[in-house]
Design a protein around this ligand. Structure first.
Ligand code: SF4
Ligand code: SF4
Ligand code: SF4
Length: 252
């Protein structure tokens, strides 16, 4: 299962880079921004007010956003662990770091404070975009910097921000996704009561805790009957880790 997920991640990274290259060669009018669902979140208030697509966003952003929302309602934040190219980069950093040095989870109260940063960022971005009638976050957006092939608003500061955002992942498992990403914060709202989720069979569980160690979101899978945690991205790493015992399943 993890190999299939890896293929999905690779496919979407290649797809975004392919379109970024076409854009930079002047053979397409769509760059990586056109495929970003967060563009729809940022501009939704302006769109609702004027009925027009503001700034650089278009129908594609809104269609992808609708698809991601539907996916989340059914399969939690599967967008994050199967599709998002920046999530894949975060996962790569997390896995390489874990290979050499194991992460030590930070104290719960510190993590709670860090989790709130992404909600504050989301609120600031939404308000600033509405007030300025512009995608004010674009010059600072790590996704646009990483996959925009030096897009028109990318300056030296953008790379500095990208590097620092990814640095968070060296200290915290999936650090950027879990503490800084405003789109992850937005999706969390829809990620609690989803149609499908992971269930743990108490009778089959041997309390080996392999699932806890495998979880990219540091969820204590072995202590829950079902995973309704907003941080779960349906990466299925826990299910793969538990394969021999078969105590974890995706179900309704
Ligand atoms: S949290 Fe943000 S960066 Fe991370 S995978 Fe989800 S959308 Fe992508
Ligand atoms: S990996 Fe499976 S058997 Fe082990 S603690 Fe987790 S759910 Fe239980
Ligand atoms: S609970 Fe399982 S599916 Fe959810 S994030 Fe953790 S490892 Fe992935």
């Amino acid at each position: 299962m993890q190999a299939i997920r890896f293929i999905f991640q690779l496919f979407f990274i290649e797809l975004i880079l392919y379109h970024a290259v076409l854009f930079s060669l002047g053979e397409s009018y769509k760059n990586c921004e056109s495929y970003c669902p967060f563009g729809a979140v940022e501009t939704f208030a302006l769109f609702a007010q004027s009925g027009k697509f503001p700034c650089a966003v278009n129908e594609l952003n809104y269609s992808i956003f609708a698809g991601v929302l539907l996916l989340t309602v059914f399969f939690k934040r599967a967008f994050c662990s199967w599709i998002c190219p920046l999530g894949a980069v975060n996962e790569l950093i997390t896995r390489v770091r874990s290979y050499f040095i194991k992460y030590k989870p930070l104290a719960e109260n510190i993590m709670k404070t860090l989790y709130s940063v992404k909600y504050i960022l989301l609120a600031v971005i939404l308000i600033a975009t509405y007030r300025n009638y512009d995608l004010v976050f674009r010059p600072y957006c790590p996704y646009f910097t990483a996959f925009g092939l030096h897009g028109h608003t990318t300056v030296v500061l953008s790379y500095f921000i990208l590097a620092n955002a990814l640095l968070a992942t060296l200290f915290i498992k999936m650090g950027f996704c879990r503490t800084l990403c405003p789109f992850g914060a937005f999706l969390n709202v829809f990620n609690m009561k989803t149609v499908f989720k992971i269930y743990r069979d108490e009778g089959a569980c041997v309390k080996c805790k392999l699932c806890d160690g495998a979880c990219l979101a540091e969820i204590k899978v072995s202590e829950s009957a079902k995973i309704e945690n907003a941080g779960c991205t349906m990466c299925l790493s826990c299910v793969s880790a538990c394969a021999r015992n078969g105590a974890l399943k995706v179900g309704l």
